[in-house]
Design a protein around this ligand. Structure first.
Ligand code: ZN
Length: 212
C-alpha cells in the first residue's frame, strides 16, 4: 500500500476516534452530538437563543433564517436578479424592504417591539440588525430568559407572517392582534410546564405577565 494512502487511512481513523470520543459519555452515544461532530462545523454563537426548547419549531426556523439574513425579502430577491413590481416594504410601503427595515425600522415592527417591551418590562431586541447576533449570544438560563428568547422568536415569526399576508392578501394585522397571538402561544407553552418544577420567582413572573 502506498505510503500516502496509509497516511490518509490513519488520519481518517484518528478523526473518527476523535469524533466518537466527543459524542460518547458514560458508554452512551449522544446521537445529536455525534451528528454535530460529523457535520464538522462550529456552532454559531446565537444558536442557543434560536433553538431554545420553549420556542415553537416553526418560530425557530423563521428566526434562524432571519438572523442569517436568508428570508426572501425584496432586496434579497433583487440580488437574485428577480424582476419585481416594487421593492418597497409590503407592510408599510414607506421604505425599501430588507431584513434591517422589516424587523427594526418598519413602523409596524417598532410598535410591536415597544408593546412587548412594556409587557416584559425590558426591551427584548436591539434597534439595529447588525447588533442582533451579538445581542443573541449566550445560552438562555432560567424561565425568564427562555421566555424572552421564545417571545423574540414568536415576534419575528408574526412580523414575517404579517409581511406575507400584506403582500399576498393585502391585509395587515393590528399590533393588538400580534400581542394577543403572542400571549396565546405563551399560555399554551406555559400550560405544559410542570408547576412543581417551577420556582416561586418563576410563578410570580408568569402571574405578573398574566400567563397563568
Ligand atoms: Zn415597513
Amino acid at each position: 500500500m502506498a505510503e500516502k494512502e496509509t497516511k490518509n487511512i490513519l488520519e481518517c481513523l484518528h478523526y473518527t476516534e476523535e469524533v466518537l470520543e466527543k459524542a460518547v459519555k458514560n458508554n452512551k452515544v449522544n446521537v445529536s452530538k455525534l451528528y454535530v461532530q460529523l457535520l464538522n462545523k462550529e456552532r454559531v454563537p446565537f444558536a442557543h437563543v434560536v433553538w431554545c426548547n420553549l420556542t415553537l419549531p416553526k418560530h425557530r426556523f423563521i428566526i434562524w433564517q432571519a438572523t442569517l439574513g436568508h428570508l426572501l425579502t425584496r432586496d434579497n430577491l433583487v440580488r437574485c436578479h428577480m424582476q419585481l413590481n416594487s421593492v418597497m416594504c409590503p407592510t408599510c410601503d414607506m421604505q425599501q424592504e430588507s431584513h434591517g427595515h422589516l424587523f427594526f425600522q418598519c413602523q409596524f415592527s417598532q410598535l410591536v417591539r415597544s408593546r412587548i417591551a412594556e409587557w416584559l418590562g425590558n426591551a427584548i431586541w436591539p434597534v439595529q440588525f447588525k447588533d442582533w447576533t451579538t445581542w443573541m449570544m449566550g445560552k438562555p438560563k432560567g424561565l425568564k430568559q427562555k421566555l424572552v428568547a421564545a417571545v423574540l422568536a414568536a415576534s419575528v415569526y408574526l412580523i414575517w407572517w404579517n409581511r406575507n399576508n400584506s403582500l399576498f392578501n393585502l391585509c395587515s394585522m393590528t399590533v393588538d392582534k400580534v400581542f394577543y397571538l403572542l400571549k396565546v402561544y405563551w399560555k399554551a407553552r406555559v400550560a405544559n410546564l410542570s408547576r412543581t418544577k417551577l420556582e416561586s420567582k418563576d410563578l410570580a413572573f408568569l402571574e405578573k405577565l398574566s400567563l397563568m
